[in-house]
Design a protein around this ligand. Sequence first.
Ligand code: FPP
Length: 242
Amino acid sequence: MRKIIDGEEYEIPQHVAIIMDGNGRWAKKRLMPRNFGHKEGAKVVEQICEDAHELGIKYLTVYAFSTENWKRSVEEVTGIMNLLRRYLVDCIERASKNDMRVRVIGDRTALDTDIVEKINELEEKTKQYTGLNFTIALNYGGRDEIRRATVKLVRDVKEGKLSEDEIDENIISSYLDTADMPDPDLMIRTSGEQRLSNYLIWQLAYAEYYYTDVLWPDFTIEDLKAAIRYYNGRERRFGGVK
Ligand code: FPP
């Protein structure tokens, strides 16, 4: 889809994936606890969903909690989980306002049961919306996702539901948490770090990567527009020659 942004026409990426980094540093700069940064970060998530929808982005996927984030202090992990509890409930109402379908990817087995129930309710109550597809990666790790997909795939082969020579890249994609979503076109990471940190490692194979020094709680629609401008300056060849 093409759209005019601030007087110029741009190709809008269909799927944008974001690593929301820098909440801790943002809070530290203000002499506040790290969880204050996450709380502000969560507010920015709400705003960016609205902005993404307005810009015509169809899929937005954010990294809220990785399989490695359990290594953080109990206080911080509890803080993030409590924030998510509230967020998942509030999100039901906001989704109807933004015409937003919300999904969660990642391993749910390690999450508290009340969180899993909230996720199920949110997914069920928003599945009729067709505007923005918003996905939250929660207890998500790219390698863990591939491991879980492999377990399912092997089981299906053993049970005769799938034969070995049917296994191509599309079949593997269909076993991932992101099965019915297009791969991201653009990956944004805030706070100056230039790593993938186990995020959507299969799906981001051909994406453009945009890094900004802005800390996540300071991220605005202007930064999102800058990422889209950057994306438009790149020529995507998917390994071919143009
Ligand atoms: C990275 O910053 C951020 C996280 C690990 C958590 C992200 C969580 C939120 C934005 C809030 C909850 C999410 C939703 C969807 C409501 P960091 O703590 O690594 O920051 P640092 O690198 O400055 O320490």
